[in-house]
Every structure is written in C-alpha cells, then in structure tokens.
Design a protein around this ligand. Sequence first.
Ligand code: ATR
Length: 285
Amino acid sequence: MADHPKAFVTGFPIRHSRSPLIHGHWLKEHGLEGSYEAIEIAPEGFADFINSLQRNGYAGGNITIPHKEMAFALCNKRDTAAEDIGAVNTLWFEDGALWGGNTDAYGFLANLDALSPGWDSRKTALVLGAGGASRAVVYALKQRGFDEIRIVNRTLERAQELADRFGPAVSAHAWRAIPELLQDATFIVNTTSLGMEGKDDLTVDLSTANREALVTDIVYVPLETPLLKAARKRRLKTVDGLGMLLHQAVPGFEHWFGVRPEVTPELRALILTDMNKSAASGQSK
Ligand code: ATR
C-alpha cells in the first residue's frame, strides 16, 4: 500500500469528471493526506487496470461510463444495491477482497431527502428513460415504497426489461402515453440524457401534469434543464440533479479515507463555479 490512501475515478472519456474536485475538496476540508485522480482507461484495458489496483497501491475508486457493468463482473463481492442494479460505481478493498457497490441510488435519494424532505410521501412515479441511470432510480424508488413506478422509453422493450427485472410495482409504457400518465404521477424524473448541454432537448408537455407532482432530473448541466424549467413555469415543485452527483460520492470517500464527508453549500458552490467556468469556455460538461 502507498503511504497515503490513493483513489481514482475512471471512465472513457473522463476529462470532464468533477469527482476529483469533490474528493479534493473533502480531503482538504478534513486535512487528510491522500489523493484522488481521474484516469482515462479504454474498455480494452479496463480488466488489466482493475486487476492491478492493489499492486498499484489504490484503496479503491469510482467507475463511470462505460465501465460500470464490467466493474460489476470483475469485483469479488458486491453490495445489495450493485447486485440489484447490475452495475458498480464504487470499488474498495475489504478483508483482501475487491468490493463493488452502487451509490447512485443512494445519491439520488439523499439529494431529494436534503432538498425536499418528505418528498417520498408520494407513491406514484413516472420515470422517463430505461438505461443504466434508470435502473438505479427505479431501484431507489422501490426501496422507498413507491407502489406505482411507470417507465416510459423511446424503445419500449428496454422499459419492459426493467419492469420484468424489478417486479409488479414497475410497468412499461410507450412514450406517447406520457400525457395520460402525467395525470396520476406525483413524482416525475428524467433519467435520459435528453436536455443535457449538447444533446437534444427533452420536450414534455406538462399541461396534464398532476398539481402535486415533484419534478427532478438526473441531468445537471445545465442545472435547470428544459424539463425543470417547464415544471417551474407550471409552478410544480422541482429538485435539480447536482446533489445526486455530490451525495453519490460520500460512501466511496468514507471507504477509502475513513471519514464520512458532508455535502455542504460550500461544496455545491464550488462545483457550480466550475460548471460556470466550463460553460464560459465552451465545454459542454
Ligand atoms: P445511461 O446509462 O446514461 O442511462 P443509456 O443506457 O444509453 O445511458 O440510456 C440512455 C437513455 O436515454 C435511454 O432511455 C434512451 O432511450 P432508448 O433506450 O430508446 O435508446 C434515452 N435516450 C437517449 N437519446 C434519446 C432520444 N433522442 N430520444 C429519446 N430517448 C433518448
């Protein structure tokens, strides 16, 4: 092992990741000696990278797109969230074994708990999208006892796969069913990449939306996505997605550096400043 704990985030590409900024902030805040670096690894080199972590002195790290499923396959043990979601975003060593966890669902819930306490008294959800991010969100909503989780997706079969995976509380619907589904949905979440800077807008007509609906988005660049803007205009409650990024980082930091850090307004401001800097220099993320 290295003198000081070393951790990483890897993806392909990885240069836009804000995780080094988040963990760097916490290391400094707690006066800890340690490091957290972004390492770009192409898919063909990923298995070698993971298999040499301990030899290279890493305490663990974060895994992002497109490696989360490969990380799932490569670790020795997995926590329940990772098992149920089928993807790993956090690795750490424990008793000599490489553990894989998934903290995306935790981050999603912790953000809503922090910004809209009691949000989960709602029990009917409309989930837009059926990709990897959707799996974590559906898992999270199930954990909080949502009894109707309706997934709409451009490709209906992918939504159906999720419904089959997560059981009777979860159902699959075609994109065109949105206006009708909006009438009952008291919780609406976008898990697609639509609305992200550089991608197509997410255009959902919220005119039939339930007035009690809380609307959230896992996209956080821009902070106010087209969906959140439309919701605000209709005076619906909204929660932005930046906190999911911040909160999902907490368990990893605790595993590697031994202190459970907090998501503070200072941390949020630090990341927002960086986002504004990137926007000013024309970077998309
Ligand atoms: P992630 O792991 O980030 O969720 P993903 O697995 O590629 O990424 O999933 C992306 C999601 O965004 C999917 O629900 C995708 O819909 P399809 O399953 O039909 O591909 C959705 N998505 C991406 N681009 C879209 C578009 N232009 N219109 C509608 N949905 C789109």
